[in-house]
Design a protein around this ligand. Structure first.
Ligand code: GBH
Length: 497
């Protein structure tokens, strides 16, 4: 009898019978430049993506741009109906700074920007969908980039001017704010000029990214404290940040390999997580030591990683009401001396590989590794004292098709890992966001990498939307609070997983 019981319990764990907690929330996400279009309509200013795609179209793999994208700017009502059809609890969007403040500064407020977001937020609220709003998802106003962008410490104050306007105009309806999307990706992508490249495509290797990160951390903390002091009481929302984390698995249990994987995790994920979420605050000690050591070897007069004062350390520590976590994939790390520094890669001191047996996405960097998700969730719990975690992005790219079984497989497996983390590891995870609501402009990947639960016909002027099989599968999970591997919506064939 006892054995039978154990068997039943084990079976239910293995076969995914676990349920999502009653208050667990599901959402989908997009970001302004990737979906809005209307790049120069009704007073919107030029941002760094507009600037780059028009002057150097060759930076985008298929030569496309976000001028029109999904044209969500003109689809407010229809898109809210699609969200209702998905049954999501919340919708994560980002605000386009240049649409609200065309010069980047508050000297000119664009009434149409305020109108557009008001209408979107009102439509969501009227339909019972909670807006989750990122203040910044990579589309910096070009005039501010002309002043050095995030490498300029004054940017923290310019950001605050913009943020105040956002709280004042939209905060009554926003219960979840996100200051920055993926600062580690943004700063490396913008200033490092490595494999991963984002506007403004600069190449200040080993230096620019750390200046950028320093400004962002201060800007984030300022935005948090402003909300906390002047808006929280009346608006009653939460404010946090979304950090991207790849899980780095040591390629063997040798001391060197464990150390290499840990160092890389701390220097990428911990770069922003440690100052905000750790007990002590500040950059991870291992990151400070490593960059200082490398800088000395390279004959710099001081570390390329700027230092925080003790006052700044405590100003930044604890400035997030929840841990927004974006996660896509994992890799093995091995110690390696990367020459040609200074660079972030030589600072990391490791090289990466992925198992070719892991299911590959259409993006070169994505492979499905659900156990890596489980590992990093446990790591967050242990490293940062089990904070409330909201998965603010998770998703898989393919090349298109409505019968998207590989995406369904990915989401099911990652959600199973998440359920296991909640029920068997005691992780405090309160929400999950699928990236993305619909196919969109995948940065330098253009429109050929599809992450959407909904297909967008980028050839039709109407940008016609069609639900993929994954949209129905997601809806089923939200409805039933569990994962049903055999679920097959009508009109689709059964997936062979
Ligand atoms: C997210 O970024 C973005 O927030 C979203 O806008 C985007 O559309 C979505 O994901 C899909 O890409 O760091 O060089 O080793 C994810 C950023 C970029 C993180 C690639 C992992 C791995 C390459 N990812 N990166 S590298």
């Amino acid at each position: 009898m006892k054995h039978l019981l154990v068997l039943i319990i084990t079976n239910s764990l293995v076969f995914g019978e676990l349920q999502f907690p009653p208050n667990f929330k599901f959402g989908v996400a997009t970001s302004a430049y990737q979906v809005e279009g209307a790049w120069n309509l009704s007073g919107k200013g030029e941002n760094i993506w507009d600037y780059a795609v028009h002057r150097t179209p060759n930076v985008i793999q298929d030569g496309t741009n976000g001028d029109i994208a999904c044209d969500t700017y003109h689809h407010t009502e229809g898109d809210v109906q699609l969200l209702k059809q998905l049954g999501v609890n919340f919708y994560r969007i980002s605000l386009s700074w240049s649409r609200i403040l065309p010069t980047g500064f508050k000297n000119k407020i664009n009434p149409d920007g305020i109108r557009y977001y008001n209408e979107l937020l009102d439509a969501l609220t009227a339909n019972g969908i909670e807006p989750m709003v990122s203040l910044f998802h990579w589309d910096l106003p070009q005039p501010l980039q002309d002043l050095g962008g995030w490498t300029n410490p004054l940017m923290a104050d310019y950001f605050l001017e913009y943020v105040r306007i956002a709280y004042e105009n939209f905060g009554d309806r926003v219960k979840y704010w996100i200051t920055f999307n993926e600062p580690s990706v943004l700063c490396a992508g913008s200033y490092e000029g490595g494999l991963l490249a984002l506007a403004p495509f600069l190449k200040s290797r080993g230096v620019g990214l750390y200046l950028c990160g320093h400004t962002l951390l201060i800007a984030h903390a300022k935005a948090y404290h402003l909300y906390d002091k002047e808006f929280r009481k009346s608006q009653k929302g939460k404010i946090g940040i979304s950090l991207q984390g790849i899980w780095y698995e040591p390629s063997s249990s040798s001391k060197e390999n464990v150390q290499a994987a840990n160092q890389r995790l701390q220097m990428e994920f911990g770069w922003f997580a440690h100052p905000i979420f750790s007990k002590k605050g500040d950059y991870p000690p291992i990151m400070k030591e490593r960059i200082s050591f490398m800088s000395k070897q390279e004959n710099f007069s001081q570390s390329r990683l700027p230092e925080f004062t003790p006052a700044e350390i405590s100003y930044i520590r604890g400035t997030s009401d929840y841990f927004g976590f974006n996660h896509y994939t994992s890799a093995y790390a091995v110690p390696a001396n990367i020459s040609g520094g200074p660079s972030q890669d030589s600072d990391f001191g490791s090289s990466l590989s992925q198992d070719p047996l892991w299911e590959a996405g259409a993006s070169w960097w994505i492979r499905s590794v659900p156990w890596g998700f489980g590992n990093i969730l446990k790591w967050i719990k242990n490293e940062y004292g089990n904070p409330e975690v909201i998965i603010t992005e998770n998703g898989f790219s393919d090349k298109g098709g409505l019968q998207d079984c590989r995406r369904i497989n990915y989401h099911y497996k990652y959600l199973e890992a998440l359920l296991n983390a909640i029920h068997n590891e005691g992780c405090n995870i309160s929400g999950y966001t699928a990236w993305s609501f619909m196919d969109n402009f995948e940065w330098t990947g253009g429109y050929s990498k599809k992450f959407g639960l909904i297909r967008v016909d980028f050839v039709s002027p109407e940008r016609t939307r069609t639900l993929k099989m994954s949209a129905y599968a997601y809806r089923n999970i939200i409805e039933t609070k569990k994962i049903d591997w055999s679920f097959t919506p009508s009109g689709f064939e059964k997936c062979v997983f």
